[in-house]
Design a protein. Structure first.
Length: 41
């Protein structure tokens, strides 16, 4: 288990598709800055 106080950088997707695990829950966007279909904001 990784320590929650030390988040590791998220690996980029090969296809560039939105990965739920990579979506920022605060901004509702993927690493590329593309708005998700279900932003939590």
């Amino acid at each position: 288990m990784s320590d929650p106080s030390t988040p590791k950088p998220k690996p980029p997707t090969e296809t560039g598709a939105v990965n739920p695990a990579q979506v920022d829950p605060e901004t509702g966007t993927d690493p590329d800055g593309t708005p998700t279909e279900n932003p939590s904001g």
